[in-house]
Design a protein around this ligand. Structure first.
Ligand code: GLU
Length: 415
């Protein structure tokens, strides 16, 4: 990554701190992660050779509860990116008002290069290296880019084998049959669409018939595209890591999900559309842009060319601070990641609660509660935005940072 996302996360925090009466010492507490581990571990590949992988688990702040956050498998991750992602989890959980601090883990690897057997061995060994800081009461991973329910099942099994009993609550995003929650797979995309609907009301945009562009066609982007289409909008462009497709008349989203999401080959195999790059897709004519791929996609260089009236951040950190300023000056309404994509961790919280109680809810109940939390946090952030006459990201930070700072302060500094 060329943008320094940790600096970006710290600059975002500093903006919020200016609005709050936060002691400089407390600012420093929030500016640093509580704990970081870097591990190097060997895996015997299918051909008998040994490959050493590098991985990290970062816990940012646990004042409000156990730390929570996904595990990412991606060739470009490093300790700083993982730290930024852990910080964002802290604010995200605080804005949603769920009782967690933030964490993130990652392994520097392109999971597509590994066989299933290698992926399983790498996952089990990585969990073994970081298990000293994991636990259902301490730090609970979940899926992120490059990981899925199967990877979570291996994490749960590895941790449980080492404890000597099954610990479903140590990880969320598990398959349903292992204590996963109904609605977890769809949760992030569903939350993105609830946020888009709420934001559309604020800016008087009718989503029915609105043109939507989605960058990223993994778990978040593909489900958001499908659900926003169900809400009456027209998805005109989508992309995955290899590139995108654009058809101003609309794309057959369900077919694209069925054929391409999570598979090799990519959406560009779809014929009845113009091919676009991942850069071009951000500048297409549309009403709503959903960046749901990776960080630092909308920057000082291209923010002036974004045509959407509304940007709903499905990914973590897709807009840089320079982009935020430009979009805000141009009157583009941005629903920030820590609000828009919180649906995933909210249903992770529901999964954890169900696991701890051994009592499971049906999908309607999960979706109803998810929608309530998403709408409440959107409304709280929006009213804070109006009260402080600022943008929605700053307002979300004001709420999230204040909740974490208050918890840290009230608990006091040990000893
Ligand atoms: N990886 C997701 C995120 O960035 C979900 C984290 C979780 O469910 O713990 O929000």
């Amino acid at each position: 990554m060329t943008t320094n996302v940790l600096q970006m996360a710290r600059d975002q925090l500093a903006i919020a701190v200016k609005y709050l009466d936060i002691d400089p010492g407390l600012h420093q507490v929030l500016n640093f992660p509580k704990r970081q581990i870097t591990v190097h571990f060997p895996v015997v590949l299918d051909d008998g050779s040994i490959r050493v992988f590098e991985g990290y688990r970062v816990q940012h702040n646990s004042s409000r509860g156990p730390t929570k956050g996904g595990i990412r498998y991606h060739p470009d991750v490093d300790l700083d990116d993982t730290t930024a992602l852990a910080m964002w989890m802290t604010w995200k959980c605080a804005v949603a008002n769920i009782p967690y601090g933030g964490a993130k883990g990652s392994v520097k690897v392109d999971p597509k290069e590994l066989s299933i057997r290698e992926l399983e061995k790498m996952t089990r060994r990585f969990v073994t290296e970081i298990n000293i800081i994991l636990g259902e009461r301490t730090d609970i991973p979940a899926p992120d880019i490059g990981t899925n329910g199967q990877v979570m099942a291996w994490i749960m099994d590895t941790f449980s084998m080492q404890q000597g009993y099954t610990v479903p609550g140590v990880v969320t995003g598990k398959p349903i049959e292992l204590g996963g929650s109904e609605g977890r797979i769809e949760a992030t995309g569903r939350g993105v669409v609830v946020s888009a609907e709420e934001a559309a009301k604020v800016i008087n945009l009718n989503l029915a018939g609105a043109r939507i562009v989605v960058q990223g066609f993994g778990n978040v982007g593909s489900i958001a595209a499908r659900l926003i289409e169900e809400a009456g909008a027209t998805v005109v462009a989508v992309s995955d890591a290899l590139g995108g497709v654009y058809n101003p008349k609309g794309l057959p989203v369900s077919e694209l999900c069925r054929r391409y999401s999570g598979r090799d080959g990519g959406v560009q195999e779809h014929k009845d559309a113009e091919r676009v790059t991942n850069k071009e897709i951000l500048e297409l004519p549309c009403d709503v842009l959903i960046p749901a791929a990776i960080s630092a996609q909308i920057t000082g260089e291209n923010a002036g060319k974004v045509k959407a009236k509304l940007v709903v951040e499905g990914a973590n950190g897709p807009c840089t601070i320079e982009a935020d300023h430009i979009l805000s000056d141009r009157g583009v309404f941005v629903v920030p990641d820590i609000v828009a994509n919180a649906g995933g961790v909210v249903v992770s919280y529901f999964e954890w609660v169900q696991d701890l109680q051994n009592f499971f809810w049906d999908e309607n109940e999960v979706n109803r509660r998810l929608e309530r939390i998403m709408k409440n946090s959107f409304a709280t952030v929006e009213s804070t935005m109006r009260a402080h006459k600022t943008d929605m990201r700053t307002a979300a930070y004001i709420i999230g940072v204040k909740r974490v700072a208050d918890a840290t302060k009230t608990r006091g500094i040990f000893p």
